[in-house]
Design a protein around this ligand. Structure first.
Ligand SMILES: [Zn+2]
Length: 303
């Protein structure tokens, strides 16, 4: 590729946070380029320059939309990239409606941070990270405003407590709620009941049904908030102070997270999470997470 490269007849721009494995083939397909062509052999700055020439998308536009052609020096030139989704984040299908507006099929893939479970533009549940959702399973959350509000709260937690700590505690909260998912008291929580009705969920939904996940996502965010505030409140506490903070957290759980469920005993996931905090086991921001291909990895929770 060189500076004389011609603009493509159909210069498709990438979707926000699209992977190269998604973008390059669809750009090639729409323009009848061979998959064995030069474009697919380029990497790094050469690839970004070629894409700029082929599509007319600006350098900053490509660095913003495509995490895999973004480089460390770009963050100094364009500070907004410090908040952008990284290429280490899990991959999920793009919102089908976003993809359709760009003339793209349902196989379009994007990198997504753990809180990017909703397409805010189309008010659709798209899932992310451990809350997986296939393109075919995406659905409207328009009837359930509480899910969108919980997502705003989730973003606020990231601003307040940091991305790594919030991701870790959200992961903890989701794992614990999945533990309680089939308990009758979980289904009796009036807010979960109401959201399940609004989303027309059958009573026997599994923990992996994205509609059911959306119904208890606000509980997971409330649980995350409780864990993060407990972490902060209990810093430096010992003895009686720590017991008081723990009792207050249990009271709040019963009111704010799952109504009527009062965790007790060291084997309870909730108490185990608080004790893990006491052992400072959650401060290293590493945990096992499931990524898009189904494999499990230990990785740094920084996306
Ligand atoms: Zn969308």
């Amino acid at each position: 590729m060189n500076s004389a490269i011609a603009r493509l007849p159909i210069p498709l721009p990438p979707l926000s946070n699209e992977t190269l494995d998604s973008y390059l083939p669809r750009l090639a397909q729409r323009n009848y380029l061979a998959r064995s062509g030069g474009l697919f052999k380029l990497r790094g700055t050469e690839l970004r320059l070629a894409l700029h020439q082929l599509t007319g998308v600006s350098d900053i536009g490509l660095a913003t939309a495509l995490p895999q052609v973004r480089f460390s020096e770009d963050r100094e030139r364009w500070p907004h990239l410090n908040l952008a989704v990284s290429a280490r984040a899990p991959i999920r299908p793009a919102c089908r409606l976003c993809a359709a507006t760009r003339g793209t099929g349902s196989d379009t893939k994007v990198f997504a941070s753990h809180e990017q479970v909703i397409c805010q533009q189309h008010r659709r549940w798209v899932g992310a990270g451990i809350l997986k959702c296939s393109a075919d399973q995406q659905f409207s959350i328009a009837p359930v405003g509480e899910v969108s509000r919980a997502n705003v709260r989730h973003q606020h937690l990231i601003k307040t407590y940091g991305r790594g700590s919030t991701h870790q505690r959200f992961h903890d909260a989701v794992a614990a709620l999945m533990h309680w998912h089939d308990w009758p008291i979980f289904a009796r929580d009036p807010r979960i009941q109401q959201r399940r009705n609004q989303l027309r969920i059958q009573a026997a939904s599994s923990t992996r049904d994205p509609r059911d996940v959306a119904a208890w996502y606000p509980n997971a965010v409330a649980f995350t908030a409780l864990l993060l505030s407990y972490d902060r409140a209990s810093e430096g506490h010992t003895g009686m102070q720590r017991r008081e903070t723990l009792r207050s957290a249990v009271d709040r759980f019963e009111l704010d997270v799952v109504v009527g469920l009062r965790p007790s005993g060291a084997t309870s996931p909730f108490i185990a999470l608080l004790l893990a905090n006491d052992r400072q086991a959650t401060t290293n921001e590493h945990a096992e997470v499931e990524v898009a291909d189904g494999r499990r990895h230990r990785c740094r929770l920084a996306y």
